[in-house]
Design a protein around this ligand. Sequence first.
Ligand SMILES: [Fe+2]
Length: 331
Amino acid sequence: MTDQFHGAMSSANVSALWERTSHGGEGLAEAPHLWHWETLDPLLDAAVAATDMDTAERRVLVLENPAYDASDRRGIGLNMVVNLQILMPGESARPHRHTLNALRFVIEGDGGAVTTVDGKPCAMEPGDFLLTPGMCWHEHSHTGETRAVWLDALDAPLHFHFDTNMFEAGPSNDIPPQLPEAALAAPGITPVSTEWTRPYSPLYKYPLAQVEAVLRETPPAKDGSRRIRYTNPLTGGAAMPGLDCYMLAPGQGSETQAYRSNANMVCLAAAGEGVSRIGDTTLTWAKNDIFTCPRGNWISHRATSDDAKLFQLTDRDVLAQIHYLREEFAD
Ligand SMILES: [Fe+2]
């Protein structure tokens, strides 16, 4: 009878829910992984030797999370990919646009590298944060004298899940009107514009010097840490859909309040040195190291130098927008 039942279900393209054993992955936290800069750095030079910009759309190394080795998943986290992009003096990367939201965090350079976003040139100095939101034209050029390296992060897995990935090669065209920076220069005063209806910040560049100035004046939390969020000045929300970013300055000698979330985070050590506890793993990090903080783990950070800062990119706003986000803090 049972076999007849299963045969009939199979013929009818039906299955029995009660016979499934998996109830989802929440609570099964991945272990974190850390990429040391001293390992990555020589690979960047090797990438320059291995390819040129006439043959590569972008000279990019993809960080592959070993937690995904046994699966067909790729990239650094559930909803994010993180790459390292290298551009040498005199090189350029041609314009294109895509539905994927992308951001850049500059690791190395002399300010000669420029990303142009929908016609706005943004010079790239170490520590600067840049947006290239979905369907914005973007291209890179470099008139400086030293190697330029930046972290690229994209919400590619979300687009692959929804099958919404679309790519268009340049030349740039149909660039929409932009809001001038001067219209966004006063805190708490924003233009009322019927022209700007896009779901991301009209600021495409957040300079490190401004982030440091705000961090200095930010009152520390009880655990001694200071944290800022990169926001869209028109909404106060995340600067861009898909990726929600922060800069954390943990207090030296004191651990940040432990928290656990069903969102994912990747940290880049923007400055200094420190130690992070992620689940049962303790990671020791130094400048430019990159590590994952996968969902489900209890997470805390501690600075071991007074200048330590962690650039943090997360998918938490995606979960918040659809009311899936769950976060808890230790006492
Ligand atoms: Fe791109």
